[in-house]
Write a protein that binds this ligand. Structure first.
Ligand SMILES: Nc1ncnc2c1ncn2[C@@H]1O[C@H](COP(=O)(O)OP(=O)(O)OP(=O)(O)O)[C@@H](O)[C@H]1O
Ligand SMILES: [Mg+2]
Length: 358
Protein backbone atom coordinates (compact mmCIF):
# COMPACT_ATOMS: atom_id res chain seq x y z
CA UNK A 1 0.00 0.00 0.00
CA UNK A 2 1.42 3.43 -0.90
CA UNK A 3 1.47 6.30 1.55
CA UNK A 4 -1.37 8.08 -0.23
CA UNK A 5 -3.51 4.91 -0.20
CA UNK A 6 -2.88 4.55 3.53
CA UNK A 7 -3.79 8.21 3.93
CA UNK A 8 -7.01 7.74 2.01
CA UNK A 9 -7.94 4.70 4.03
CA UNK A 10 -7.48 6.44 7.37
CA UNK A 11 -9.40 9.41 6.00
CA UNK A 12 -12.32 7.15 5.17
CA UNK A 13 -12.30 5.76 8.71
CA UNK A 14 -12.21 9.22 10.27
CA UNK A 15 -15.28 11.45 10.39
CA UNK A 16 -13.37 14.35 11.93
CA UNK A 17 -9.71 15.25 11.58
CA UNK A 18 -8.27 18.17 13.51
CA UNK A 19 -4.77 19.26 12.68
CA UNK A 20 -2.81 21.84 14.69
CA UNK A 21 -6.05 23.73 15.45
CA UNK A 22 -5.64 27.13 17.08
CA UNK A 23 -8.36 29.42 18.40
CA UNK A 24 -7.21 32.73 19.86
CA UNK A 25 -9.47 35.43 21.29
CA UNK A 26 -7.92 38.88 20.89
CA UNK A 27 -7.56 40.99 24.03
CA UNK A 28 -8.04 44.69 23.34
CA UNK A 29 -7.46 47.73 25.45
CA UNK A 30 -7.69 51.50 25.11
CA UNK A 31 -10.73 53.74 24.88
CA UNK A 32 -9.65 56.15 22.20
CA UNK A 33 -7.28 53.93 20.27
CA UNK A 34 -8.35 50.31 20.17
CA UNK A 35 -5.17 48.31 20.60
CA UNK A 36 -4.64 44.56 20.30
CA UNK A 37 -2.60 43.83 23.41
CA UNK A 38 -2.54 40.04 23.37
CA UNK A 39 -4.53 36.87 22.82
CA UNK A 40 -6.32 34.37 24.97
CA UNK A 41 -4.82 31.21 23.49
CA UNK A 42 -7.85 29.06 24.32
CA UNK A 43 -6.84 26.30 21.90
CA UNK A 44 -3.22 26.35 20.90
CA UNK A 45 -2.31 23.70 18.36
CA UNK A 46 -4.27 20.52 18.95
CA UNK A 47 -4.51 17.50 16.66
CA UNK A 48 -6.76 14.45 16.89
CA UNK A 49 -9.20 12.44 14.86
CA UNK A 50 -12.62 10.98 15.61
CA UNK A 51 -13.41 7.76 13.82
CA UNK A 52 -16.89 7.07 12.45
CA UNK A 53 -19.15 5.67 15.14
CA UNK A 54 -16.60 6.36 17.84
CA UNK A 55 -16.93 8.34 21.07
CA UNK A 56 -13.93 10.47 21.82
CA UNK A 57 -13.90 11.87 25.35
CA UNK A 58 -12.26 15.28 25.79
CA UNK A 59 -11.37 16.09 29.39
CA UNK A 60 -9.46 18.73 31.31
CA UNK A 61 -9.87 21.38 33.98
CA UNK A 62 -12.24 24.30 33.63
CA UNK A 63 -10.85 26.85 31.18
CA UNK A 64 -8.49 24.51 29.31
CA UNK A 65 -10.28 25.08 26.00
CA UNK A 66 -12.64 22.11 25.62
CA UNK A 67 -15.75 24.11 24.68
CA UNK A 68 -13.74 26.35 22.39
CA UNK A 69 -12.37 23.28 20.57
CA UNK A 70 -15.91 21.87 20.21
CA UNK A 71 -17.32 25.16 18.94
CA UNK A 72 -14.51 25.50 16.42
CA UNK A 73 -15.17 22.01 15.02
CA UNK A 74 -18.86 22.92 14.64
CA UNK A 75 -17.63 26.12 13.02
CA UNK A 76 -19.48 28.30 15.49
CA UNK A 77 -16.07 29.94 15.82
CA UNK A 78 -13.54 30.84 13.15
CA UNK A 79 -10.26 28.99 13.75
CA UNK A 80 -7.15 31.16 14.04
CA UNK A 81 -4.97 28.45 12.56
CA UNK A 82 -4.73 24.80 11.61
CA UNK A 83 -7.21 22.64 9.76
CA UNK A 84 -10.50 20.83 10.38
CA UNK A 85 -11.71 18.10 8.05
CA UNK A 86 -15.20 16.68 8.24
CA UNK A 87 -16.03 13.57 6.23
CA UNK A 88 -12.98 14.21 4.07
CA UNK A 89 -13.74 17.88 3.31
CA UNK A 90 -11.73 20.81 4.59
CA UNK A 91 -14.26 22.89 6.55
CA UNK A 92 -11.80 25.19 8.33
CA UNK A 93 -13.03 28.36 6.65
CA UNK A 94 -16.42 27.44 5.18
CA UNK A 95 -19.02 30.22 4.93
CA UNK A 96 -22.56 30.89 3.73
CA UNK A 97 -24.63 28.10 2.18
CA UNK A 98 -21.88 25.52 2.45
CA UNK A 99 -21.61 26.14 6.17
CA UNK A 100 -25.40 25.96 6.53
CA UNK A 101 -25.47 22.58 4.82
CA UNK A 102 -22.68 21.36 7.06
CA UNK A 103 -24.54 22.45 10.19
CA UNK A 104 -27.21 19.85 9.54
CA UNK A 105 -24.65 17.14 9.97
CA UNK A 106 -23.18 18.34 13.27
CA UNK A 107 -25.07 19.20 16.41
CA UNK A 108 -24.21 20.29 19.91
CA UNK A 109 -25.78 19.25 23.20
CA UNK A 110 -25.15 21.83 25.88
CA UNK A 111 -24.22 21.63 29.52
CA UNK A 112 -27.00 23.75 30.92
CA UNK A 113 -30.44 22.28 30.31
CA UNK A 114 -32.03 25.43 31.76
CA UNK A 115 -30.63 28.14 29.55
CA UNK A 116 -30.32 26.17 26.32
CA UNK A 117 -34.09 25.90 25.72
CA UNK A 118 -36.29 28.88 24.85
CA UNK A 119 -38.72 29.20 27.80
CA UNK A 120 -41.43 30.86 25.69
CA UNK A 121 -41.86 28.07 23.17
CA UNK A 122 -43.44 24.72 23.83
CA UNK A 123 -41.35 21.60 23.54
CA UNK A 124 -42.95 20.57 20.24
CA UNK A 125 -41.94 23.89 18.68
CA UNK A 126 -38.44 23.68 20.09
CA UNK A 127 -37.84 20.23 18.61
CA UNK A 128 -39.56 21.15 15.33
CA UNK A 129 -37.61 24.34 14.75
CA UNK A 130 -34.54 22.82 13.07
CA UNK A 131 -36.83 20.88 10.70
CA UNK A 132 -38.45 24.15 9.60
CA UNK A 133 -35.27 26.19 9.44
CA UNK A 134 -33.59 23.65 7.19
CA UNK A 135 -36.77 23.13 5.11
CA UNK A 136 -36.94 19.42 5.91
CA UNK A 137 -40.50 19.05 7.14
CA UNK A 138 -43.51 21.22 7.98
CA UNK A 139 -47.05 20.79 9.28
CA UNK A 140 -48.32 17.24 9.84
CA UNK A 141 -45.11 15.61 8.68
CA UNK A 142 -43.06 17.66 11.11
CA UNK A 143 -45.53 16.89 13.94
CA UNK A 144 -45.12 13.18 13.32
CA UNK A 145 -41.37 13.50 13.31
CA UNK A 146 -41.42 15.46 16.59
CA UNK A 147 -43.56 12.73 18.20
CA UNK A 148 -41.05 10.10 17.14
CA UNK A 149 -38.12 12.10 18.43
CA UNK A 150 -39.71 12.70 21.81
CA UNK A 151 -40.39 8.99 22.10
CA UNK A 152 -36.87 8.03 21.09
CA UNK A 153 -35.39 10.11 23.93
CA UNK A 154 -37.88 8.68 26.43
CA UNK A 155 -40.20 11.64 27.00
CA UNK A 156 -43.97 11.27 27.49
CA UNK A 157 -46.11 11.51 24.35
CA UNK A 158 -47.80 14.71 25.48
CA UNK A 159 -44.46 16.43 26.19
CA UNK A 160 -44.76 18.46 22.97
CA UNK A 161 -47.59 20.64 24.33
CA UNK A 162 -45.76 21.54 27.50
CA UNK A 163 -43.10 24.17 28.26
CA UNK A 164 -39.47 23.65 29.34
CA UNK A 165 -40.09 24.88 32.91
CA UNK A 166 -42.49 21.98 33.46
CA UNK A 167 -39.63 19.49 33.13
CA UNK A 168 -36.77 18.37 35.36
CA UNK A 169 -33.13 18.97 34.44
CA UNK A 170 -32.73 15.42 33.11
CA UNK A 171 -35.89 15.70 31.01
CA UNK A 172 -34.78 19.03 29.61
CA UNK A 173 -31.52 17.46 28.58
CA UNK A 174 -33.61 14.87 26.72
CA UNK A 175 -35.51 17.69 24.98
CA UNK A 176 -32.16 19.16 23.90
CA UNK A 177 -31.14 15.76 22.59
CA UNK A 178 -34.38 15.34 20.63
CA UNK A 179 -33.75 18.73 19.02
CA UNK A 180 -30.18 17.73 18.14
CA UNK A 181 -31.36 14.48 16.58
CA UNK A 182 -34.05 16.15 14.46
CA UNK A 183 -31.67 16.72 11.56
CA UNK A 184 -30.21 13.22 11.69
CA UNK A 185 -26.68 14.44 12.25
CA UNK A 186 -23.52 12.36 11.88
CA UNK A 187 -21.65 14.07 14.70
CA UNK A 188 -22.87 15.20 18.10
CA UNK A 189 -20.65 17.31 20.28
CA UNK A 190 -21.94 16.82 23.80
CA UNK A 191 -20.49 19.58 25.96
CA UNK A 192 -20.69 18.39 29.56
CA UNK A 193 -24.18 16.99 28.88
CA UNK A 194 -24.54 15.47 32.34
CA UNK A 195 -22.54 17.86 34.54
CA UNK A 196 -25.60 19.81 35.64
CA UNK A 197 -27.60 16.67 36.42
CA UNK A 198 -28.09 14.76 39.60
CA UNK A 199 -25.71 11.80 39.89
CA UNK A 200 -28.60 9.32 39.80
CA UNK A 201 -29.78 10.75 36.48
CA UNK A 202 -26.32 11.03 34.93
CA UNK A 203 -26.13 7.27 34.33
CA UNK A 204 -29.56 7.22 32.64
CA UNK A 205 -28.51 10.02 30.33
CA UNK A 206 -25.24 8.32 29.45
CA UNK A 207 -27.08 5.06 28.72
CA UNK A 208 -29.51 6.93 26.51
CA UNK A 209 -26.65 8.55 24.61
CA UNK A 210 -25.13 5.10 24.05
CA UNK A 211 -28.43 3.63 22.83
CA UNK A 212 -28.95 6.52 20.44
CA UNK A 213 -25.42 6.12 19.14
CA UNK A 214 -26.13 2.50 18.17
CA UNK A 215 -29.54 3.24 16.73
CA UNK A 216 -28.51 6.22 14.62
CA UNK A 217 -24.82 5.43 13.97
CA UNK A 218 -23.73 8.61 15.68
CA UNK A 219 -20.19 9.78 16.30
CA UNK A 220 -19.64 11.66 19.56
CA UNK A 221 -17.19 14.14 20.93
CA UNK A 222 -18.01 13.96 24.61
CA UNK A 223 -16.64 16.85 26.68
CA UNK A 224 -16.26 16.65 30.46
CA UNK A 225 -13.99 17.99 33.18
CA UNK A 226 -14.23 14.79 35.15
CA UNK A 227 -12.56 11.59 34.06
CA UNK A 228 -15.11 9.46 35.95
CA UNK A 229 -17.94 10.65 33.71
CA UNK A 230 -16.33 9.90 30.35
CA UNK A 231 -14.94 6.51 31.29
CA UNK A 232 -17.75 4.24 30.20
CA UNK A 233 -19.02 6.07 27.19
CA UNK A 234 -15.66 6.84 25.55
CA UNK A 235 -13.75 4.56 23.22
CA UNK A 236 -10.75 6.83 23.47
CA UNK A 237 -10.00 9.80 25.68
CA UNK A 238 -7.98 12.93 24.97
CA UNK A 239 -6.71 14.89 27.97
CA UNK A 240 -6.32 18.63 27.50
CA UNK A 241 -4.36 21.14 29.55
CA UNK A 242 -4.24 24.87 28.87
CA UNK A 243 -5.02 24.69 25.16
CA UNK A 244 -2.91 21.61 24.40
CA UNK A 245 -3.51 17.88 24.28
CA UNK A 246 -1.33 16.04 26.77
CA UNK A 247 -2.37 12.42 26.29
CA UNK A 248 -4.67 10.32 24.10
CA UNK A 249 -5.37 6.67 24.77
CA UNK A 250 -8.07 4.02 24.51
CA UNK A 251 -10.36 4.53 27.48
CA UNK A 252 -9.57 1.35 29.47
CA UNK A 253 -5.86 1.85 28.95
CA UNK A 254 -5.91 5.43 30.14
CA UNK A 255 -7.44 4.35 33.45
CA UNK A 256 -5.21 1.37 33.93
CA UNK A 257 -2.03 3.02 32.93
CA UNK A 258 -2.12 6.81 32.74
CA UNK A 259 1.26 8.02 31.59
CA UNK A 260 1.18 11.81 31.58
CA UNK A 261 1.66 13.40 35.03
CA UNK A 262 -1.39 15.59 34.41
CA UNK A 263 -3.60 12.58 33.66
CA UNK A 264 -2.24 10.88 36.78
CA UNK A 265 -3.22 13.94 38.78
CA UNK A 266 -6.72 14.05 37.28
CA UNK A 267 -7.18 10.36 38.03
CA UNK A 268 -6.01 10.86 41.61
CA UNK A 269 -9.31 12.66 42.15
CA UNK A 270 -11.36 9.68 40.90
CA UNK A 271 -12.05 7.04 43.59
CA UNK A 272 -11.30 3.43 42.68
CA UNK A 273 -13.84 0.93 44.05
CA UNK A 274 -11.18 -1.69 44.91
CA UNK A 275 -9.75 -0.83 48.38
CA UNK A 276 -6.49 -2.70 47.75
CA UNK A 277 -5.79 -0.71 44.58
CA UNK A 278 -6.98 2.49 46.25
CA UNK A 279 -4.47 2.08 49.10
CA UNK A 280 -1.54 1.22 46.86
CA UNK A 281 -1.89 3.82 44.21
CA UNK A 282 0.18 6.90 43.83
CA UNK A 283 -1.66 10.14 44.53
CA UNK A 284 -0.62 13.28 42.78
CA UNK A 285 -1.93 16.60 43.94
CA UNK A 286 -1.60 19.61 41.70
CA UNK A 287 0.07 22.74 42.95
CA UNK A 288 -1.48 26.14 42.28
CA UNK A 289 -4.12 27.32 39.82
CA UNK A 290 -4.39 26.94 36.10
CA UNK A 291 -2.04 29.58 34.61
CA UNK A 292 -3.50 32.22 32.29
CA UNK A 293 -4.03 31.12 28.68
CA UNK A 294 -3.06 34.67 27.64
CA UNK A 295 0.48 34.07 28.78
CA UNK A 296 0.95 30.32 29.08
CA UNK A 297 4.16 28.92 30.64
CA UNK A 298 7.05 28.34 28.24
CA UNK A 299 8.19 24.86 27.25
CA UNK A 300 5.77 22.27 28.58
CA UNK A 301 2.73 24.22 29.76
CA UNK A 302 2.27 21.86 32.62
CA UNK A 303 5.80 22.25 34.03
CA UNK A 304 4.84 24.93 36.59
CA UNK A 305 2.47 22.46 38.28
CA UNK A 306 4.08 19.15 37.44
CA UNK A 307 5.49 17.23 40.41
CA UNK A 308 7.91 15.44 38.07
CA UNK A 309 9.16 18.54 36.23
CA UNK A 310 12.89 18.66 35.52
CA UNK A 311 15.04 21.76 35.12
CA UNK A 312 16.30 20.44 31.84
CA UNK A 313 13.91 20.60 28.84
CA UNK A 314 10.58 21.04 30.69
CA UNK A 315 10.75 24.87 31.06
CA UNK A 316 11.99 25.56 27.54
CA UNK A 317 11.13 22.77 25.11
CA UNK A 318 7.54 22.15 24.02
CA UNK A 319 6.97 18.37 24.16
CA UNK A 320 5.52 16.87 20.98
CA UNK A 321 2.69 14.31 21.17
CA UNK A 322 4.56 11.04 20.70
CA UNK A 323 2.94 7.75 19.78
CA UNK A 324 4.07 5.09 22.25
CA UNK A 325 2.48 1.63 22.19
CA UNK A 326 -1.10 0.45 21.66
CA UNK A 327 -2.46 3.75 20.45
CA UNK A 328 -1.17 5.56 23.52
CA UNK A 329 0.01 9.06 22.67
CA UNK A 330 1.73 11.32 25.20
CA UNK A 331 3.31 14.79 25.22
CA UNK A 332 5.94 14.58 27.96
CA UNK A 333 9.75 14.66 27.65
CA UNK A 334 10.25 12.27 30.53
CA UNK A 335 7.33 9.87 30.19
CA UNK A 336 9.57 6.80 29.86
CA UNK A 337 11.65 7.75 32.93
CA UNK A 338 8.56 8.48 35.02
CA UNK A 339 6.89 5.25 33.92
CA UNK A 340 10.00 3.23 34.82
CA UNK A 341 10.19 4.92 38.23
CA UNK A 342 13.48 6.66 37.46
CA UNK A 343 11.83 10.03 38.15
CA UNK A 344 9.46 10.05 41.12
CA UNK A 345 7.66 12.37 43.51
CA UNK A 346 8.82 11.72 47.04
CA UNK A 347 5.85 13.00 48.99
CA UNK A 348 2.19 13.72 48.40
CA UNK A 349 2.73 17.45 48.30
CA UNK A 350 5.88 17.05 46.20
CA UNK A 351 7.19 20.46 47.10
CA UNK A 352 10.37 19.85 45.16
CA UNK A 353 10.61 17.38 42.30
CA UNK A 354 13.15 14.69 42.98
CA UNK A 355 15.16 13.05 40.26
CA UNK A 356 16.52 9.63 40.96
CA UNK A 357 19.57 9.02 38.73
CA UNK A 358 18.60 6.40 36.15
N1 LIG B 1 -15.53 34.42 23.50
C1 LIG B 1 -14.43 34.45 24.26
N2 LIG B 1 -13.70 35.57 24.38
C2 LIG B 1 -12.58 35.61 25.14
N3 LIG B 1 -12.11 34.55 25.83
C3 LIG B 1 -12.79 33.39 25.77
C4 LIG B 1 -14.00 33.28 24.99
N4 LIG B 1 -14.48 32.02 25.11
C5 LIG B 1 -13.61 31.38 25.93
N5 LIG B 1 -12.60 32.20 26.32
C6 LIG B 1 -11.47 31.84 27.18
O1 LIG B 1 -10.81 30.73 26.60
C7 LIG B 1 -10.39 29.80 27.59
C8 LIG B 1 -11.00 28.45 27.32
O2 LIG B 1 -12.40 28.51 27.53
P1 LIG B 1 -13.37 27.28 27.29
O3 LIG B 1 -14.73 27.73 27.56
O4 LIG B 1 -13.09 26.68 25.97
O5 LIG B 1 -12.88 26.27 28.44
P2 LIG B 1 -13.52 24.91 28.93
O6 LIG B 1 -12.40 23.92 28.95
O7 LIG B 1 -14.72 24.59 28.13
O8 LIG B 1 -13.92 25.25 30.44
P3 LIG B 1 -15.20 24.75 31.31
O9 LIG B 1 -14.85 23.38 31.81
O10 LIG B 1 -15.26 25.76 32.42
O11 LIG B 1 -16.41 24.77 30.44
C9 LIG B 1 -10.81 30.40 28.92
O12 LIG B 1 -9.71 31.08 29.47
C10 LIG B 1 -11.91 31.37 28.57
O13 LIG B 1 -11.96 32.43 29.47
MG1 LIG C 1 -16.74 24.37 28.62
Amino acid sequence: MTISQADERSRAANLVEVEDLKVYFPVRSGIIVDRHVGDVKAVDGISFEIKRGETLGLVGESGCGKTTAGRAILRLLEPTGGRIRFDGDDITHLHGDELRRLRRRMQMVFQDPYSSLNPRRNVGNIVEEPLNVHGIARGKEADGRVQELLEVVGLPRNAGNRYPHEFSGGQRQRIGLARSLALQPDLIIADEPVSALDVSIQAQMINLLEELQDEFQLTYLFIAHDLAVVRHISDRIAVMYLGKIMEVAPSARLYERPLHPYTKALLSAVPIPDPAVELERERILLKGDLPSPTNPPSGCRFHTRCPFAQKKRCPDEVPELRVLENGHTVACHYVEEIDAGRITTRTLEAAEPVAVPG
